[in-house]
Design a protein around this ligand. Structure first.
Ligand code: FES
Length: 276
């Protein structure tokens, strides 16, 4: 079965019912939402815009990477989100119970495109950047990806390393890093990633995480001539290309911009000036 992750552009607006909303770690949650079929067809790297109604000071939808599909009898009937409480909207989300509903627009944007011949495939996730990459790892594993998958997971501390148990069950090589050394190597994940990419530059990197990490990943890829796609996380207002609120400068084209919501959020790292 081909491992290419196709980009789907169909999207819908709906009130989605919460199936589960669980604590994943200190300040981190996983929400499962029941969705209509078009949304449950999301691919890794795509995102949804969510509005939590009736929260004081919350007027806009917020973007969330899709972290997986909810399957029932082998068929997708919903999506998973992994989120961190960082403000009023996510605090309100964390207090929601199964059966309640959120207004949801999606799936939006362009996902990862991984050619079959990418061997090894380096997946690099920093902190909450795990969301699209655990989805990608599962998606590729489910299709019996023909090459090696080497996963680099990093965070400030052990409690920021999410989905560890699930990653350990997948057929991949896992490397952990924490800034404080409480799990795995002490230091940024980009250090072991750089060594691994230097040994195998014919592979491909897929990454998501904070801007500084993505910038460093982009530099590693450029210095080794390794293909690299990055999922950029940024503030968004409309999520559909209308407001110009999410633009990034194109690499090598001064004054030319791309929209994260419509042209991304997954970009070839060589195509953009990665913020941060
Ligand atoms: Fe409005 Fe991207 S969020 S153009």
């Amino acid at each position: 079965m081909p491992a290419r992750v196709k980009v789907e552009m169909a999207m819908d607006l709906q009130d989605a019912r919460i199936i589960h909303n669980r604590v994943l770690g200190p300040g981190y949650y996983k929400m499962e939402l029941e969705c209509i079929p078009s949304l449950a067809g999301a691919v890794p790297g795509q995102f949804v815009m969510i509005l939590i109604r009736d929260v004081e000071g919350v007027f806009w939808r917020r973007p969330f990477s899709v972290a997986g599909l909810v399957l029932e009898d082998g068929k997708a009937c919903g999506i998973e989100l992994i989120y961190k409480v960082v403000g009023r909207a996510t605090a309100a989300m964390s207090a929601m119970a199964p059966g309640q509903r959120v207004s949801l627009l999606g799936p939006l944007g362009r996902g990862f495109e991984v050619p079959d011949e990418s061997d090894p495939l380096f997946l690099a996730a920093g902190g909450i950047g795990i969301a699209p990459l655990i989805f990608l790892a599962r998606h590729l594993g489910a299709g019996n990806y023909p090459g090696r998958i080497i996963f680099f997971l990093g965070g400030r501390s052990k409690s920021d390393l999410l989905c560890l148990k699930e990653l350990e069950k997948l057929n991949l090589e896992l490397h952990l890093s924490t800034d404080d050394g409480s799990a795995g190597l002490a230091g940024p994940l980009t250090e072991p990633l750089a060594e691994a990419v230097a040994r195998d530059p014919d592979g491909m990197i897929c990454a998501c995480g904070p801007p500084g990490m993505l910038k460093a990943v982009g530099r590693i890829a450029a210095s080794c001539g390794c293909r690299c796609q990055v999922a950029v996380e940024t503030l968004m207002a409309c999520g559909m290309g209308a407001c110009q609120g999410c633009v990034l400068e194109q690499a090598g084209r001064q004054g030319a911009y791309l929209k994260v919501c419509r042209d991304g959020p997954v970009f070839d790292a060589s195509r953009i000036i990665i913020p941060g």
